[in-house]
Design a protein around this ligand. Structure first.
Ligand code: NAD
Ligand code: TYD
Length: 332
């Protein structure tokens, strides 16, 4: 297949590109704006793959999209602003990328007559105290991040109903694994613990997340691309749920740190208490997660410990300013 992968230089997108180029022999074009979260280095080991092409550009730029989509059989869209805390502080880019960007890609897919897969999130369903979300659950997003992702999903479904487009949506739960930007819970806690820095736990730390390894989520997206029914939504959740505090304690254990590093800080506004996702529908297509959280977390901690060359430039760049802006006062 010839794939246009938007946002392929980010965390999950780069795992997807690696799997599709190496294991499926797909010819991949990546279109990526290279925001603070996108890095060409994430694709270093597929740069030489047959048919690989990198286009630097934004998904809301119709000219860049027209160039990138040339010759593609399908578009898979990972491109997004992805950090809830940043969406609370500065929602502008979230609206632009998720609304205008998704619209621009849908128009390009429609003009080219190609299949379109939108990568989405369980956060569009909001928080669930008990039970588990299915694809039929109503959308009730809580943050500018999840609200704009839900808007993008609805636009995709509008194109399916109006134009009969061959579009599909995959909603994932919380991802973890190598190459995740260290603003997110797991890499942030791992790098802080390795440096002996404070570990900022929001509120009481009893919020629950459903963890999926990024390679499992990437494979679920590939499965939906290859076998999904056009117009359908598929949830892909991980095999394990875990309260945040337990995640942090396990990271402390794996890094040989001390519980004294934990600092309880002011809770995130509108913080969702629990996410839980049923994946029965995508499992019926033949997908299942391969990595249990206990093992995947140990492997992820080892990856960050062994790949300082990957995160050192990040920790000393834009991230430092963000970190001070966001945590400075709480952590003194
Ligand atoms: P990420 O922040 O690591 O990467 C996002 C990528 O998109 C970056 O390479 C960035 O440069 C690119 N990008 C951002 N705006 C762009 C634009 N306007 N045009 C072109 N490229 C742009 O994100 P991620 O964690 O890999 O998430 C990928 C997708 O998966 C997102 O759509 C996200 O909503 C979804 N998702 C993420 C998670 C998670 O836990 N990380 C869970 C479920 C779903
Ligand atoms: P995050 O990785 O931002 O993902 P999401 O908000 O999409 O679930 O956060 C995961 C959980 O960890 C969430 O409940 C918020 C919490 N959290 C902290 O307690 N401290 C932190 O410094 C961060 C970044 C997150």
């Amino acid at each position: 297949m010839r794939l246009l992968v938007c946002g392929g230089a980010g965390f999950i997108g780069s795992h997807f590109v690696r799997i599709r180029a190496r294991e499926h022999g797909d010819e991949v074009t990546v279109l990526d704006k290279l925001t603070y979260a996108g890095r060409e280095e994430n694709l270093a080991d597929v740069r030489d793959a047959a048919g690989f092409r990198f286009v630097h550009g934004a998904i809301e730029d119709a000219d860049a999209v027209a160039d990138a989509v040339e010759g593609a059989d399908a578009i898979v869209n990972f491109a997004a602003e992805t950090h809830v805390d940043r969406s609370i502080a500065e929602p502008d880019a979230f609206v632009r990328t998720h609304a205008l960007g998704t619209y621009t890609l849908l128009e390009a897919a429609r003009a080219a007559g190609v299949r379109y897969v939108q990568v989405s999130t369980d956060e569009v369903y909001g928080s669930i105290e008990e039970g588990t979300f299915t694809e039929e659950s109503p959308l009730a997003p809580s943050s500018p991040y999840s609200a704009t992702k839900a808007g993008a999903d609805l636009l995709v479904l509008g194109y399916v109903h109006t134009y009969g487009m061959e579009a599909l949506i995959v909603r994932g739960s919380n991802n973890y694994g190598p190459y995740q930007y260290p603003e997110k819970l797991i890499p942030l806690m791992v790098l802080n613990a390795l440096h002996g820095d404070k570990l900022p736990v929001y509120g009481d730390g009893q919020q629950v997340r459903n963890w999926i390894h990024a390679t499992d989520f990437a494979r679920a997206i590939g499965h939906v691309l290859d076998h999904g029914v056009p117009g359908e939504v598929y949830n892909a959740g991980g095999p394990d749920e875990c309260p945040n505090l337990d995640v942090v304690l396990r990271i402390i254990e794996l890094t040989g740190g001390s519980d004294d590093l934990i600092e309880y800080v002011t809770d995130r506004p509108g913080h969702d208490r629990r996410y839980s996702l049923s994946s029965d529908k995508v499992r019926a297509l033949g997908w299942e997660p391969r990595v249990r959280f206990h093992d995947g977390l140990a492997e992820t901690v080892a990856w960050y410990r062994d790949n300082a060359a990957w995160w050192e430039p990040i920790r000393s760049g834009e991230y430092r300013a963000y970190y001070e802006r966001h945590y400075g006062r709480a952590l003194g």
